[in-house]
Design a protein around this ligand. Structure first.
Ligand SMILES: [Zn+2]
Ligand SMILES: [Zn+2]
Length: 125
């Protein structure tokens, strides 16, 4: 359940009421009531059926492996051509260019800060 910010829906979820219709109580183990859940399942099935009809393959473990293999081949290809593995920038010593390495370092720094703050909150509580 990503990005559910509607306050009324949040309130409904809190009280165990179906966020979609606000009527029946949520079905056990789910947010929605049985009726809305069935409706949504039907919607999902429709989307899957459409994706299959459009030739979109289902994501299987084999498919994931294949994609990972492809990504690795792409990275190796880029490395052998002296290109950053994440962008078209040229690299010399490293597998990634300075910009990508900086972005990665910043990402890691922020992650560490978040973890630190979490730990501090736990101590304070
Ligand atoms: Zn409902
Ligand atoms: Zn790069």
């Amino acid at each position: 359940m990503k990005g559910r910010t509607n306050p009324r829906q949040l309130l409904r979820i809190k009280f165990g009421i179906c966020p979609d219709c606000g009527g029946d109580e949520s079905a056990p183990g789910g947010l929605r009531c049985a009726k809305c859940r069935d409706e949504q399942n039907a919607r999902h099935r429709k989307v899957y059926a459409m994706q299959r009809a459009n030739g979109k393959p289902r994501r299987t473990p084999e498919k994931y492996k294949e994609l990972a293999e492809e990504a690795r081949a792409k990275r190796n290809d880029r490395t052998s051509r002296g290109q950053c593995i994440q962008c078209p920038n040229p690299v010399t010593r490293y597998r990634r260019c300075l910009r990508c390495r900086k972005a990665d370092a910043e990402c890691k720094r922020q992650y560490r800060n978040r973890q630190k703050r979490k730990a501090e909150l736990k101590v304070a509580a």
